[in-house]
Write a new protein. Structure first.
Length: 93
């Protein structure tokens, strides 16, 4: 089932787990081309996400993150793990 949600409604929203605990804020998204459309493949949560989005050295920051120097600050969540039925209150499934 395809669903469209405006990106500006998701950026900055707090994601919570099933118990209601805060997981992090949606700071960035990864997308891939699907024919003529773009689909979200991953969401980036946490402070590294916004630094990567705003930084002109984003790929370098990503490399440092993947090496583990900032591993705890970044959460990469697949699109199908988030319940976006209420975009104002995203929740992990």
């Amino acid at each position: 089932m395809r669903r469209e949600i405006r990106v500006d409604l998701l950026l900055g929203r707090v994601v919570r787990d099933a118990a209601g605990r805060r997981v992090g804020r949606i700071q960035d998204m990864r997308v891939a081309r699907d024919g003529r459309d773009w689909i979200v493949t991953h969401f980036l949560l946490g402070p590294v996400g916004w630094r990567q989005r705003l930084s002109p050295t984003g790929p370098r920051l990503r490399w440092h993150t993947l090496r583990g120097t900032q591993r705890a600050a970044l959460r990469r969540v697949r699109w199908d793990v988030l319940d976006l039925s209420d975009p104002a209150r995203p929740q992990l499934r």
